[in-house]
Design a protein around this ligand. Structure first.
Ligand SMILES: CC(C)(COP(=O)(O)OP(=O)(O)OC[C@H]1O[C@@H](n2cnc3c(N)ncnc32)[C@H](O)[C@@H]1OP(=O)(O)O)[C@@H](O)C(=O)NCCC(=O)NCCS
Length: 442
């Protein structure tokens, strides 16, 4: 019978090593025994951006990028998007199972109890400049929450982890909405706990003088489905951040603030904004063939296309495309959708995109929907961060409970100078080009 091991021959020494394979991976530490001399450090792997390194074992989210499959805790994303809602999906992600009726009611009540923020949080947010980016406000405010809840430091206490989880999932829409209202110069709207999670969020965003805000049920449900689709996505940049920062045993607010900061970057949470800019620049359907030609020639990229993991249609993009039609029934059509659909049609027939397995990703249609719903582009990453909070917290808790995890501390391949000795300024040798030598450092 074939053995689950890997045999390695070190051609430097002629020695052979047999290394176990578990879950389709070898342990990097098993390579350390491969040495030329006894004093050697041992062999390492070099993997910038962890493109082929599993940093953890996880039971939360499964992705099969070649076949366009995404599952939370084993449940296909398509079923959850159609039949579940965000709070139920968040329960599933955080706790591992779908709730029974009693547990679900308790979960909803517990989250709802935590939608208010301390009045000082409001004052604190008021201190941001009038034109502060809402994502910057969100990152700063999440981090500041750790000062309001010092009990969050007890990360090995199950009850404390549970409370912080409810608090953060409950407060994220409130902080997000306050950040939006601040940037619009509008008074903050307090949570309305008679509304659903997304209904209340819409109320805190858009309520004006009416006594009770009634969210449009189609938009409320559309936003809820978008939240389901964004709840987790295994070891992406921000999840890696929450695990890495959390591995120092800092409180979850600080770790989640780090994750949100990672999401602020244009390569992560900013791609749907880039799609809108691209569609506006293309301007009309007639310009689509010329734009595709440009992308193929390497002049810019077709934003919202291609994915590090999915080499097939991103299953979330299919669902989002469907939601777009429902949203436009209410809001009127966002004219950019016609350009997007034509781009997709042409690209999916084109050899360049087919050969490279470039398909629409989650960001291709989401920005168009958010824009039609009245969100400014600066709110796009905020709308991503709210639902991703359940994923970040589930991944953080999994890391905290995992006895195999230690403080994250990658190795490096040092390629810098050998030892040099300090000399007085007059005696320092000039590098070949001081300009290059100094400026390349920053
Ligand atoms: C997401 C992304 C970074 C994944 O990149 P990756 O897996 O590292 O793939 P690569 O950058 O190595 O690209 C592989 C090939 O496809 C091409 N390619 C990838 N995405 C492309 C795009 N959106 N438009 C045009 N060409 C693209 C690359 O030029 C490269 O071609 P080459 O082999 O001829 O050099 C990339 O597809 C991209 O930049 N997409 C646009 C931005 C976007 O939508 N980001 C959101 C991701 S959720």
């Amino acid at each position: 019978m074939a053995k689950d091991t890997l045999t390695i021959t070190d051609n430097r020494t002629g020695k052979q090593y047999e290394i176990p394979i578990e879950h389709g991976a070898i342990r990097a530490m098993d390579l350390r025994q491969i040495q030329v001399a006894a004093a050697d450090f041992g062999l390492m792997t070099y993997d910038p951006a962890f493109t082929n390194t599993a940093s953890c074992k996880s039971r939360i989210t499964y992705i099969d990028g070649d076949n366009g499959i995404l599952r939370y805790r084993g449940y296909p994303i398509e079923e959850l998007a159609e039949k579940s809602d965000y709070l139920e999906t968040a329960y599933l992600i955080v706790k591992g199972e779908l709730p029974n009726r009693q547990h679900f009611d308790m979960w909803k009540r517990n989250i709802t109890l935590h939608t208010m923020v301390h009045e000082n949080v409001k004052k604190f947010m008021d201190g941001f400049r009038y034109d502060a980016h809402p994502m910057g406000m969100l990152v700063g405010t999440i981090g500041a929450l750790s000062t309001f809840y010092p009990d969050a430091k007890n990360i090995f206490d199950l009850e404390s982890r549970r409370v912080q989880t409810r608090r953060l999932i409950g407060k994220m829409p409130t902080i997000a909405a306050f950040a939006y209202r601040h940037s619009r110069g509008l008074p903050y709207v307090y949570p309305d706990n008679d509304l659903s999670y997304t209904g209340n969020f819409l109320s805190m965003l858009f309520k004006m003088t009416e006594l009770v805000y009634k969210p449009n049920p189609v938009l409320e449900r559309a936003l809820d489905v978008l939240f389901v689709l964004h709840a987790d996505h295994e070891q992406n940049c921000s999840t890696n951040a929450v695990r890495s920062v959390g591995s120092s045993q800092v409180d979850p607010y600080s770790a989640v603030a780090a994750a949100a900061a990672a999401l602020y970057g244009p390569l992560h949470g900013g791609a749907n904004e880039a799609v809108i800019h691209m569609l506006m620049e293309i301007g009309s359907i007639d310009n689509v063939p010329a734009a595709v030609k440009k992308f193929k020639a390497g002049e810019g990229r077709l934003m919202g296309f291609g994915h590090r993991v999915y080499k097939n249609y991103d299953p979330r993009a299919k669902i989002i495309k469907r939601i777009a039609e429902e949203v436009f029934e209410v809001t009127g059509k966002n004219p950019l959708i016609d350009i997007a659909v034509e781009l997709e049609r042409i690209a999916l027939q084109d050899d360049y995109f087919v050969k490279r397995k470039l398909y629409p990703n989650v960001d291709f249609y989401s920005g168009i929907i958010y824009q039609a719903m009245g969100f400014p582009m600066t709110m796009f990453p905020v709308l991503f961060a709210i639902p991703r909070t359940s994923g970040w917290l589930a991944q953080w808790a999994e890391m905290v409970r995992d006895s195999e995890q230690k403080i994250a501390r990658p190795r490096q391949l040092y390629v810098g100078e050998e030892i040099r000795h300090w000399a007085p300024v007059a005696q320092r040798p000039e590098p070949a080009s001081r300009e290059d030598a100094v400026t390349e450092q920053i």
